[in-house]
Design a protein around this ligand. Structure first.
Ligand code: TXA
Ligand code: MG
Length: 323
């Protein structure tokens, strides 16, 4: 059920039960990071494989050294610049952190979320919160309480903090011999990270044995068949007779065949497009369509992160469709 009652959320978490919490990026499915029982419930409810580690949410940079060690100057620089905010750091973990959280690795992913309700929640708890996005494994991340409710129904307590202001997940940065590496594109663009640290490495392809974000090719997916395209001209003719939903960056298509058109940002603002992308996908996914077609966004700044998500949501690129 959806509630604004913070004390109820606090009590539920203290009982090692789960609560869906608002963050500036997406809603998280939160539990006590020090309770194996709570952590196991998260994996079960999400149907998430145990080899996919969780992000730990802490109240402030001041408690970072309670869970992480060997924190480099670069890591502190980023944390000071972007926390509270949509940046996740992968650091060496302290030994008391459960292997369930980190999938047995010696590193831990951590961030300080930036949402007033969740900050207040964390202030009132004696433990940090593990919180993956509050969606079943591989489905679209939720950016509103209603999205979470549609996935998990009434049995889960959902703390209502309105719509998420950023709309896509945090950017994940790790370190190899103190050199920063991007593990997951996200709400903070590469440009913004590089303004703090200089040029950074981008890890897009990984060895099979490694566990890193985005290792699962299909991710963030709607149930409806979804494809992406560079160019929407010619789409109406190509898919005549089909019930299609379109997600477009700035301009709609003048064609009566499409009753479902979602414009991400009329003024062409990529930040606004980020805020709207997942909710457009959720809406179209519930509209009983044959197909969702998404237009690729300008590949700059946060547009790079959005294109990454769109690619993972899509089942095919239009160029590869054989018809
Ligand atoms: O914005 C966000 O980060 C949201 C909100 C709720 O905070 N959370 C989120 O969590 O996106 P989740 O579980 O959906 O994605 C966490 C990602 C996974 O891809 C996981 O593989 C990666 O973080 N991760 C966690 N621990 C890691 C580690 N030690 N090393 C590398 N990647 C890690
Ligand atoms: Mg997720």
């Amino acid at each position: 059920m959806i509630t604004k009652d913070l004390s109820r959320a606090i009590q539920t978490l203290k009982n090692n039960e789960l609560v869906a919490i608002p963050t500036e990026t997406v809603y998280g499915l939160a539990g006590n990071a020090y309770s194996e029982k709570a952590i196991r419930k998260i994996f079960e409810l999400k149907n998430r494989p145990l080899n996919n580690p969780l992000i730990v949410h802490i109240k402030s940079i001041n408690v970072l050294d309670e869970i992480a060690s060997e924190i480099s100057d670069s890591a502190y620089k980023l944390a000071e610049k972007f926390w509270p905010g949509p940046l996740t750091l992968v650091l060496k973990k302290k030994s008391h952190i459960s292997d369930l959280v980190t999938a047995g690795q010696n590193t831990i992913a951590v961030r300080v979320p930036n949402h007033p309700l969740t900050s207040e929640l964390l202030e009132n708890l004696e433990f940090p919160l593990v919180a993956p996005s509050a969606n079943p494994f591989t489905f679209i991340s939720p950016t509103s309480p209603e999205h979470v409710l549609s996935y998990f129904k009434e049995s889960l307590l959902i703390l209502d903090g309105g719509s998420c202001s950023e709309g896509i997940e945090s950017t994940i940065i790790g370190f190899e011999s103190d050199k920063p590496i991007l593990y997951r594109y996200g709400s903070i663009s590469i440009d913004e990270i590089e303004q703090v640290l200089g040029k950074i490495k981008i890890q897009t392809k990984v060895k099979k044995s490694e566990i890193v974000p985005g290792m699962f090719k299909r991710h963030y997916s709607p149930r409806t068949k979804t494809i992406i395209t560079e160019d929407v001209t010619g789409i109406p003719e190509k898919f005549k007779g089909k019930n299609i939903g379109l997600i477009l960056f700035q301009n709609n298509i003048q064609n009566n065949n499409f009753i479902h058109q979602e414009i991400l940002s009329k003024k062409g603002d990529l930040k606004e497009a980020a805020k709207n992308l997942y909710s457009s996908l959720h809406r179209l996914d519930l509209a009983n369509l044959d197909l969702i077609i998404i237009e690729k966004l300008p590949n700059k700044g946060i547009g790079i992160s959005l294109n990454d998500r769109i690619k993972k949501a899509a089942h095919q690129e239009l160029n590869y469709i054989d018809n």
